[in-house]
Design a protein around this ligand. Sequence first.
Ligand code: FAD
Ligand code: NAI
Length: 491
Amino acid sequence: RGKWQTFKSVVKYGTVGAVGYGLYSMYHQRFPGEQLPFDASKRTIVVLGSGWASTSFLKSIDTEQYNVVVVSPRNYFLFTPLLPSCTVGTIDVRSIVEPTRFITRHKSREVKVYEAECTEIDPVKKTITIADNSEIKGDSAQATLEYDYLVIGTGATNQTFGIKGVEEHACFLKEVWDAQKIRTKVMDCIETAAFPGQAEEEIERLLHMVVVGGGPTGIEYAAELHDFLKEDLASWYPELAEKIKITLVEALPNVLPAFSKQLIDYTETTFKEQNITIHTKTMVKEVKEKEIIVQQADGTKANIPYGLLVWATGNTVRPVIRNLMAKLPEHQTVRRGLAVDDWLQLNGTEGIYALGDASATKYAPTAQVASQQGKYLARLFGQLAVCDKMEEELKTLEDGDEKEKKARKLQKAKSIKPFEYTHQGSLAYIGSDRAIADLPFGGGNVASGGVATFLFWRSAYLSNLFSGRNRSLVVTDWIKKNILGRDISRE
Ligand code: FAD
Ligand code: NAI
């Protein structure tokens, strides 16, 4: 009985404590306090981008030591792993974005945030040019900023391999507006197919959803589209649903080349069950307004009519980065991104660091790598600040034992460990409440696929979401989808 009383008290006070802490955190999050002002005596770090790399850096950087300026054309962080779910309305895009100012307003020193695109980097003068490329511009829409340190986290842009017609006719899947455009187009294709007098062949074309690229983006999008078709469209368009076809085109012999063989087979089998056609060893050569031209491994060409085309063939370098690389021809020779040393410093420069998809390292261009690099770089800057302080102190000391001791200490502090990536596994959603996972375990790898992995996928993404606010919104979206279904209005 005594133990039972103790247990009840622990539960009672624990709950009160947890609720109190939750309320306090919410209040603190909602009403941030005073911040230190910009300090001219401190060095200024300019951070480009508000994606995985830059946001992780921002979260960890000690603003007591530095002035920080953020420049990004979007004023929010986007949780890309759940973006495919937004293309069909499983999740609302607003649930997976977090405004950058929600982060910067909680730093100890004021952080300047400019919604702008960096258009030029001058590594000699240590300046960048920024431009307001948003719809609404004021009289001032261009500026030059000086930096002591520049952190480049501008990510990558969509790879098209220069294939004719891709930019004009295909939809990409990288940003919030891409997901919104896809969602609108899917519904437009279906409503247009329902228009009176539409010929059977035209209906077939309009209802043919083609995905190019069998990497994780293409696979996850096709999976979400399948779920939308089965769970919602079949009810609201009974006469058309049967005619909706999903096709995935991949140049390589199989999809998901980065996953283990058994998961590739599992995905291909699941797609077959879901009536998603996969054309492997098939390369898209040209995109026209209503059809794509593909070439098979034996050289034969074919035309595939489509209503919606989603292009997911990976990443390439952004123009501003290409321009910077051209200024450093001897040091920047890797075509897929900025070459950096083991401490993420840009080869051929001083004070410029690159991370995430903008950089070319031995790691895959993933959110996991980008966020670990961001965290690492913030730590490195912390260490640099310590070294700066020690150097200043050293200057004030007379020659002697004390100075030598401090000099040795400084030398030790300067030997900062290089960046090391810890892989936490690869996950992908493949439709019908199934997911696949390649997880590192005891020096090896555990591969799993199915409904249990889907639950793991959900909980992993939920716990990795940026904030409690995001988590509650995503959970609400999932519940809403299960109870009310997805919205089919064309926005
Ligand atoms: P981004 O996150 O792309 O951020 C780049 C930032 O730079 C953006 O804020 C952008 O607005 C800004 N920017 C662009 N141009 C400029 C400029 N000129 N000046 C200033 N700022 C600029 N990875 C995983 O590990 N797991 C997953 O499940 C996963 N799922 C994904 C799903 C999808 C649909 C996609 C597209 C990618 C997914 N990825 C995933 C990959 C992951 O999103 C990227 O590797 C990651 O976003 C890279 O982070 P980054 O900070 O380098 O670039
Ligand atoms: P990707 O580079 O992984 O895959 C692109 C695919 O397109 C390749 O398999 C390629 O062979 C194919 N392709 C290229 N040109 C083609 C053509 N002309 N015709 C047909 N197929 C063609 O690109 P993706 O999926 O956009 O991923 C980019 C990065 O983001 C990767 O590093 C990936 O790991 C990461 N990512 C991870 C996710 C996850 O872990 N769940 C989800 C989405 C992306």
